[in-house]
Design a protein around this ligand. Structure first.
Ligand SMILES: O=C(O)CCC(=O)C(=O)O
Ligand SMILES: [Fe+2]
Length: 207
């Protein structure tokens, strides 16, 4: 039984569903937009299991003012040209390239992965402004696996916070001026919450 279950998980097909005509775009203020495509990845269970084991998850520490603090999530980064840790991520990136390529004008080049161990793990308010995202329109596509979490967005100048629940296999895409005109966060939660993996696809020079 165990053998058969693991055999099925290993060989299980993971593939992205259609985007064209299905993905829902929400225009945001100041030239930003958000696309949502719930349940985009079929076989998300198998991919979650594979990534959990295949990715060399790292704990990082960062300088915060006068202290060095633990980053509240585990990380892995696949730079331009690096082999991705699972062929399903190549398929996801190819599907994103064919849907967004014309609008983005370049391919998705890197993949950042986060492992949120539980509700205490989070990402604080920020925009992906290391590099070109600070000055130019761009697109960041996020695939979410595992426990659903809230991805919150707020305009930089102040204004109402929008909250989106991103669940297992969902795709959320931030576009236009979203990285410089808006900020996003995955807030901590006190609700009981299992692990979540997020995969962020970005073009070259955006982080
Ligand atoms: O986990 C997510 O969905 C967001 C992660 C994020 O914003 C980032 O790594 O820049
Ligand atoms: Fe981000």
């Amino acid at each position: 039984m165990t053998f058969q279950a693991s055999l099925l998980a290993c060989g299980k097909e993971v593939r992205p569903g259609p985007l064209g005509g299905v993905v829902q775009r929400t225009p945001l203020a100041a030239g930003a937009w958000l696309d949502l495509r719930p349940g985009w990845l079929l076989g998300a269970d198998a991919l979650f299991d594979r990534l959990r084991h295949a990715v060399p998850w790292r704990a990082e520490r960062r300088q915060m003012y006068d202290r060095v603090v633990a980053v509240p999530r585990l990380l892995a980064f696949y730079g331009e040209g690096a082999a991705l840790p699972d062929p399903a991520l190549d398929a996801a990136r190819a599907a994103l390239d064919s849907h967004y390529g014309a609008e983005l004008g370049e391919p998705f080049a890197t993949a950042g992965l986060c492992w949120y161990r539980d509700g205490r793990d989070s990402v604080a308010w920020h925009g992906d402004t290391v590099g070109r995202g600070a000055t130019a329109d761009t697109i960041v596509a996020i695939v979410s696996l595992g426990a659903p979490r809230t991805l919150a967005l707020r305009p930089r100048g102040g204004g109402r916070t929008l909250r989106f629940d991103v669940g297992h296999g969902d795709l959320l895409v931030m576009g236009g001026s979203c990285q410089r005109a808006w900020e996003h966060a995955v807030p901590k939660t006190t609700r009981p919450c299992g692990p979540r993996i997020s995969v962020q696809f970005r073009p070259r020079g955006v982080r």
